[in-house]
Design a protein around this ligand. Structure first.
Ligand SMILES: C[S@@+](CC[C@H](N)C(=O)[O-])C[C@H]1O[C@@H](n2cnc3c(N)ncnc32)[C@H](O)[C@@H]1O
Length: 222
């Protein structure tokens, strides 16, 4: 998936992944990460997710990264927020109170831009990436994050032979292979989402699980 693929999806308003309500797994499991209330949270590949508002409502500073400027503009406009816009390295930064969205490529993100980040919320980011890009994503995230950072990761599992991604199926063994060198990994829940996903049933899926993981960045070797 090239940046152009995503920019075109935003241009055409094809945003099938976007949820009009707070994600149920975030609401159910966030507290189990025990992230201190004001701790800053990174939301990679954030789109215009309402979940950022929910995290901010808990007192978290939120740092979203998103390749599409349209996404950032829609996020703030749809919530009647007037962002300040400035430049931060290769990113255009849109900022209101505790919410900052960096518009640019996740792979350009550097540690210096993530000062204080204590947690990550990854819904529909890993599964947006094709198999060949996921190891690069996991490596980059691991390098960016300091020891101890916790992450709530939400993936989808289905028979990839029945449907082309995105969203891609990312299995539990793959999650472990991607992250286990740097993170402790625990499955928090597996949710059968087929019944409420008519558009995926129409595309031929006969099973569809949402999996929720808790990851914790391990202390790196000196
Ligand atoms: C499937 S959507 C998920 C959005 C969001 N996480 C949510 O739950 O609504 C994936 C998003 O990643 C963005 N994206 C894709 N590649 C990116 C990259 N390299 N850097 C930053 N954003 C990217 C896309 O524009 C798109 O908004």
């Amino acid at each position: 998936m090239t940046p152009e693929f995503w920019l075109n999806r935003w241009q055409r308003g094809e945003l099938g992944w976007h949820e009009e309500e707070i994600n149920r797994h975030l609401a159910e499991h966030w507290s189990s990460l025990e992230v201190p209330n004001k701790a800053p949270v990174l939301v990679p590949l954030c789109g215009k997710s309402l979940d950022m508002l929910w995290l901010a409502s808990l007192g978290h500073a939120v740092l979203g990264i998103e390749i599409s400027r349209l996404a950032a503009e829609q996020f703030f406009a749809e919530h009647q927020l007037m962002p300040r816009v400035d430049q931060l390295g290769p990113f255009q930064r849109y900022q209101v109170d505790e919410i900052s969205l960096l518009v640019g490529d996740f792979f350009d993100l550097q540690r210096a831009q993530l000062t204080g980040i204590s947690a990550v919320y990854d819904r529909a980011s890993l599964i947006a990436l094709p198999p060949e890009t996921r190891p690069r994503y996991a490596r980059h995230l691991s390098r960016l994050l300091p020891d101890g950072v916790r992450s709530l990761l939400i993936t989808l599992e289905y028979d990839q032979a029945r449907m082309k991604g995105p969203p891609f199926s990312v299995t539990e063994p793959e999650v472990r292979a991607l992250f286990e060198a740097s993170f402790q990994i625990e499955t928090l829940s597996v949710f059968d989402a087929l019944a409420e996903s008519p558009r995926f049933r129409a595309r031929g899926l006969d099973s569809l699980d949402e999996r929720v993981y808790r990851l914790q960045r391990q202390v790196s070797a000196a």
